[in-house]
Design a binder for this molecule. Structure first.
Ligand SMILES: [Ca+2]
Length: 483
C-alpha cells in the first residue's frame, strides 16, 4: 500500500469563527481578553514532546530500546531518573499533567470506552487554565500536533480525540498508513488493537507515511512558520507510538532479533498474584501468550519505540536548523510507563515501578546539561516548571512543584515523595521505598526496598521490622488522599 494518504486534518485559524459559534460567547470573551504579546527581550519557547505508553526501557536510561535522538536530547539537558505519572492511563495522566492538578481534583479517573461516563476535565474544572492555555493567554501561539490530551488509539487517530479547544490556537490531527492497515495487525484479541497486545511490521511503508512521521513533518512546518513570523510558541507534539498496535516499518523490527530478547523472571508473588489487586489488569489472553509471542511483542514494542525516537529526531533537527534551539526549552516525556511481561503483566495500569515511572528529559537553555538527577519528580510538576521558566504565573492552585531548582542544581530535590494512583490503589515512592495500598489496605499492601530490590520481587509490607516504615508511608498516603 504505497498510495499517499491524506496527511492531516487541521483546525486552522480560518475555522475559528465557526468553532466559536459552536462553543458560545464565553470563548469569545476569553479570546478578546487575551493580552497582546509583551514587548521586550526574546521569550522562551516551549517544545513539549510526548510519547504514548513509553516506559524507561530506552537506551537513554540504559535499556535495550535504541533511542539515539532522545539520547542526544539528554546530552543537552537533564535526565530525570525518578519521574512518575500521577495515574498510569492516558486520559487520567494527560488531564492531570496538562491542568497541573492531581487526578482526584480533575475527576478524570477512567479512560473513555470502558466507562462511557468518563468525564472531560472541564466537567469538574470548567475554568481551569491548562498549561498550553497559560502560554496562549500570555501572547504565545499555542499549537498541538497529535495526541496531547486523550485519544483512543488507534481508532481516534485522525480526529481531535478528547481535545480541549481552549488550549490551542492550532490543532493538527495526523493520520497515516498505520491507521489504514488495522486488518493486517496481529492481535491477541482479533478485532481489538488498543486495549490488548497487537503488532505489525510494515513491509512497504516508510517513516513519512506513518502517523508519527506525518506528525513530525507537521511539527516542522509549524516551527518554520513560528520562526518566520517571529512568534513565541508553545508547541505540543504528541506521538502515538509505542502504544498498541505496535506498528512500525520493518527495518525497526530487524534491529531487535527475537533470539536476543530475554523474558523477565517472575517472583513468587508474581506467580501467586498476591496481593490480587496489584495484578488486576492481567488478562486471560495475555496469560495464554507463548514465549515466542512474548518475544515478538517485546520486539515490536522496541521497534515502535525506536521508530518514534526517529520522529523526535526529525523535530529536533528542525529546531536546530531554524536557529530556535537556544530560545526553546524542550521537554520529552510519556504519559506513563508500561509492562512487557514483567510481573507477568502487559500494558497498564499497575502501581509497580515499571508502570508508574516515566522517561523525562528537560533541555533548557542555560540550565543543566548532559547530566542526570535522582530528584523525585511528578508529571504534575511540569506545569509550574515551564511556567516559571517562561516567567508566567498561573492563578490556578497547582498541585505540582517547579523543578527549576533541580534544573539549576541536579543534586537538589524539590520533593521527598512521588504519588501515583490507579483504581482504588495509591502508591508513594520515596528515595528508598515504594509503598502501595489497595482500598486503604483492605485489599492488600505492598512495600518494596528499591535500593536492594529494584525489580520489586519481595513484598516487605508484612515484615515486623518494617512496621514503622509501613505506618509512616501509610500516613503519607492518607494525607495525600485527603488533600
Ligand atoms: Ca498512554
Amino acid at each position: 500500500m504505497t498510495t499517499p494518504l491524506r496527511h492531516a486534518t487541521r483546525v486552522r485559524t480560518a475555522l475559528w469563527p465557526v468553532l466559536l459559534l459552536c462553543v458560545g460567547l464565553s470563548a469569545i470573551v476569553t479570546l478578546v481578553a487575551q493580552p497582546a504579546p509583551a514587548p521586550g527581550p526574546k521569550r522562551l519557547n516551549v517544545l513539549l514532546i510526548m510519547a504514548d505508553d513509553l516506559n524507561t526501557d530506552l537506551a537513554t536510561y540504559g535499556g535495550p530500546a535504541r533511542s539515539p535522538n532522545i539520547d542526544t536530547l539528554a546530552r543537552r539537558g537533564l535526565r530525570f531518573d525518578r519521574a512518575y505519572t500521577q495515574y498510569p492511563v492516558c486520559n487520567q495522566s494527560r488531564s492531570s499533567m496538562l491542568t497541573g492538578r492531581r487526578p482526584d481534583v480533575t475527576g478524570v479517573l477512567s479512560n473513555p470506552g470502558r466507562n462511557p461516563m468518563s468525564p472531560h476535565f472541564r466537567e469538574r474544572l470548567p475554568n481551569a487554565v491548562t498549561l498550553p492555555q497559560l502560554f496562549r493567554n500570555n501572547g504565545y501561539v499555542s499549537a498541538r500536533v497529535g495526541k496531547l490530551f486523550h485519544y483512543g488509539v488507534p481508532l481516534d487517530i485522525g480526529t481531535g480525540g478528547l481535545d480541549d479547544y481552549k488550549s490551542w490556537d492550532i490543532a493538527v490531527n495526523p493520520r497515516g498508513r498505520d491507521r489504514e492497515m488495522l486488518d493486517k495487525v496481529f492481535s491477541l484479541v482479533p478485532g481489538q488493537f488498543g486495549g490488548t497486545v497487537s503488532w505489525l511490521a510494515d513491509d512497504e511503508g516508510d517513516d513519512a507515511q506513518h502517523t508519527d512521521g506525518i506528525g513530525a513533518a507537521e511539527a516542522v512546518r509549524l516551527l518554520e512558520r513560528f520562526q518566520r513570523e517571529r512568534k513565541p510558541f508553545f508547541l505540543g507534539v504528541g506521538f502515538y507510538r509505542p502504544h498498541t498496535p505496535y506498528v512500525a516499518p520493518r527495518r525497526y523490527f530487524d534491529m531487535y532479533p527475537t533470539t536476543g530478547i530475554m523474558l523477565p523472571t517472575l517472583s513468587a508473588d508474581d506467580t501467586a498474584r498476591e496481593p490480587k489487586a496489584a495484578y488486576r489488569r492481567a488478562t486471560r489472553e495475555q496469560d495464554a501468550m507463548t514465549d515466542a509471542q512474548r518475544r515478538e511483542a517485546i520486539q515490536a514494542y522496541y521497534a515502535a519505540t525506536t521508530f518514534m525516537d526517529a520522529q523526535v529526531g526529525v523535530v529536533l533537527a528542525a529546531l536546530d536548523r531554524l536557529g530556535l534551539a537556544n530560545d526553546t526549552v524542550v521537554v520529552f516525556t510519556s504519559d506513563h510507563g508500561y509492562h512487557l511481561a514483567d510481573h507477568g503483566l502487559w500494558q497498564k495500569p499497575s502501581l509497580f515501578e515499571h508502570c508508574a515511572r516515566v522517561p523525562l528529559v528537560i533541555a533548557a537553555p542555560g540550565r543543566a546539561r548532559g547530566t542526570s538527577t535522582r530528584s523525585l519528580a511528578e508529571l504534575v510538576d511540569l506545569y509550574p516548571t515551564l511556567a516559571e521558566m517562561a516567567g508566567l504565573t498561573s492563578s490556578d492552585p497547582l498541585d505540582g512543584r517547579s523543578l527549576v531548582p533541580v534544573l539549576d542544581a541536579p543534586d537538589r530535590s524539590v520533593r521527598d515523595a512521588a504519588f501515583t494512583q490507579a483504581y482504588n490503589g495509591y502508591a508513594v515512592r520515596t528515595d528508598r521505598w515504594r509503598y502501595v495500598e489497595w482500598a486503604e489496605g483492605a485489599e492488600g499492601r505492598q512495600l518494596y526496598d528499591l535500593a536492594a530490590d529494584p525489580g520489586e520481587t519481595r513484598n516487605l509490607a508484612g515484615a515486623a521490622e518494617h512496621a514503622s516504615v509501613v505506618a509512616d508511608l501509610s500516613a503519607r498516603l492518607a494525607a495525600y488522599r485527603q488533600r
